[in-house]
Ligand binder design. Structure first.
Ligand code: NDP
Ligand code: 2IT
Length: 451
């Protein structure tokens, strides 16, 4: 075990030196390496320096960075940067979303792509890991501006993607509207109806039922599984949810369907707490139809709701918590606040929303903690089901997709739970998810030779 720890520490130092100024990537790599010592001790072929397995796994197979020029409605030209990191294709075509947000840089895309490798492995569905995006900020832009940006972005990206190569989807700032514009441009440039090149498409033209709901629904189902192991259920519990985008909205929806009461939502300006529980129809109207702010929800909801500018939802006491906005949005102080408020479970709808210290505080307090790699895998899992439907020119019913999603989330929970136990860390879903995902990818890489 000591040898394994030394080897992992040497790997960490080497990877950080080789990838300077990428703090999110360092964080994501470190979080995985910190949990691998037991599997290195049990399976020395993973640790063998001569095979350089982890060195290969942490180096993307391909990184594409490109210029994205586009014209705004007044005729002014803007230049953004586009990215696609094709991280690992040992298990299938690169698969992962596109993020449009001003904070996007190569380190952010690499952290997301690295996480995606293990998450996708956990689904068991034959998809590799990738991620992409741009520092473009869609907020405040007209539909026409977003369309011109997407068309310019795809004019370069189309060379690199394909149903058997690399299959992007949505993430922050990329939803159904953007996927539509991207798909249209891909189709026009290539003169191919290649439905499986993107997922998250509209249901009328190759999209899967339940894909918009899948990440949020899956995160709630994962929480239900974690509570179930402890003899509990969601029924009657209060919940805090952060964010008010795709993942947050459908987390709220599934919580309500299963008898829990979500009290909050948020955006980058602050949060809303609603004593009667979130009115989902009003929130969807504000966010999905009007593309507005959560403060507008509070203004229209009446006396039960108030908007807290600049605050974080974690200060509202609740039984369960769903960080569903962005990375590092739940820090050590927030974790202490949640524990003091009696939280029982935390399920990560977002990617890496909880800082490492916060994870430790929650786990030490006995809170069931579901890491994003496992808890938010429902979105990419239904993307893989969309690829299957596209390959077979089929459109499955919403019921069928939802049943498959539920079965996949149960199976991810079971494998993560079982792996944690097998490696001497019962109840530690971080260790379970990292090792279970790692084993699948590592075995495929070893079998496929030095690639
Ligand atoms: P959306 O763009 O639909 O919503 C993002 C939400 O998070 C908004 O409420 C946004 O507020 C808030 N947010 C984004 N960046 C920040 C920031 N820097 N600080 C504070 N708030 C912020 O994205 P999604 O709901 O799709 O994604 C949310 C999270 O879930 C991300 O971590 C994503 O990687 C992850 N995820 C998404 C999946 C999917 O299928 N879409 C699948 C798995 C994980 P504002 O509008 O003010 O910026
Ligand atoms: O982080 C994620 O898993 C996603 N943004 C979804 C990726 C996908 O290909 O559906």
């Amino acid at each position: 075990m000591k040898d394994s720890k030394d080897r992992l520490e040497a790997l960490r130092v080497g990877i950080e030196r080789r990838n300077p100024a990428q703090p999110e990537f360092h964080q994501a790599v470190r979080e995985v390496l910190d949990t691998l010592a037991p599997v290195f001790a049990a399976r020395p072929e993973y640790a063998d320096p001569a095979a350089a397995l982890v060195e290969r796994l942490t180096e993307p197979e391909r990184q594409i960075v490109f210029r994205v020029p586009w014209q705004d409605d007044r005729g002014r030209v803007h230049v953004n940067r586009g990215y696609r990191v094709e991280f690992n294709s040992a298990l299938g075509p690169y698969k992962g979303g596109l993020r449009f947000h001003p904070s996007v840089d190569i380190g952010v895309v690499k952290f997301l792509g690295f996480e995606q490798i293990f998450k996708n492995a956990l689904t068991g569905l034959g998809i590799g890991g990738g991620k992409g995006g741009s520092d473009f900020d869609p907020r405040g832009r007209s539909d026409a501006e977003v369309m011109r940006f997407c068309q310019s972005f795809m004019t370069e990206l189309h060379r690199h993607i394909g149903e058997h190569t690399d299959v992007p989807a949505g993430d922050i700032g990329v939803g159904g509207r953007e996927i539509g514009y991207l798909f249209g441009q891909y189709r026009r440039i290539t003169n191919r109806w290649e439905a499986g090149v993107l997922t998250g498409k509209g249901q009328g033209w190759g999209g899967s039922a339940i894909r918009p709901q899948a990440t949020g629904y899956g995160s709630v189902l994962f929480a239900a599984e974690m509570l179930g192991v402890r003899g509990g259920s969601l029924d009657g519990l209060t919940a805090v949810v952060s964010g008010s985008g795709n993942v947050a909205l459908y987390t709220v929806e599934k919580l309500q369907q299963l008898g829990a009461n979500p009290l909050t939502c948020s955006d980058s300006h602050g949060y809303v707490v609603d004593d009667k529980g979130i009115d989902l129809a009003l929130l969807k109207q504000v966010k999905e139809v009007e593309r507005g702010r959560v403060s507008e929800y509070a203004a229209r909801r009446g006396s039960s709701a108030r908007f807290v500018p600049g605050g974080r939802v974690w200060e509202v006491p609740a039984d369960i918590a769903f960080p569903s906005a962005t990375q590092n949005e739940l820090d050590a102080q927030d974790a202490r606040t949640l524990v003091a408020g009696g939280v029982k479970a935390v399920s990560e709808g977002a990617n890496m929303p909880t800082t490492p210290e916060a994870v430790r505080i929650l786990q030490e307090a006995g809170v069931a903690f579901g890491p994003g790699k496992a808890a938010n895998a429902g979105g990419v899992a239904v993307s893989a089901l969309e690829m299957s439907q596209n390959a077979g020119r089929a459109a499955w019913s919403a019921q069928r997709v939802e049943d498959e999603l539920a079965a996949i989330m149960r199976s991810i929970h079971a494998v993560v739970h079982e792996t944690a136990e097998r490696y001497g860390a019962p109840g530690d879903y971080v260790t379970g998810a990292n090792i279970a995902g790692f084993e699948r990818v590592a075995d495929a890489m070893l079998a496929q030779g030095v690639i």
